[in-house]
Design a protein around this ligand. Structure first.
Ligand code: ZN
Ligand code: ZN
Length: 99
């Protein structure tokens, strides 16, 4: 099988805005950016971030639409115990994620 459709995994990951290194995945960038994050899942450029008191959580998505949908869902259902609706969409390629 010499498939030419093997490029899907070779998404270009930009140099980390925080440490300047080249992480292997968006997940690597997210974990570098929020090192004390208790809960980071998924992989992708767009992050639905929750800063509610229960603890910072991040869900990574491949498209901005997916991340937006995810935020709409947690906005509606609340993300956990003490939800105060601090949910944000972060673009890892642009934002330094100072949140
Ligand atoms: Zn880094
Ligand atoms: Zn919340």
């Amino acid at each position: 099988m010499h498939s030419t459709a093997q490029q899907t995994k070779c998404l270009k990951i930009p140099r980390c805005l925080r440490c300047g290194r080249q992480h292997r995945s968006w997940l690597g960038i997210a974990k570098c950016r929020w090192p004390r994050n208790e809960w980071i899942v998924g992989d992708g450029q767009y992050v639905s971030l929750s800063l509610c008191p229960r603890g910072l959580t991040a869900m990574l998505h491949e498209t901005q639409d997916d991340a937006q949908t995810s935020i709409c869902i947690i906005d509606r259902t609340a993300c956990g115990g003490q939800c105060i609706r601090m949910h944000y969409l972060i673009d890892l390629a642009r934002s330094r994620g100072e949140a």
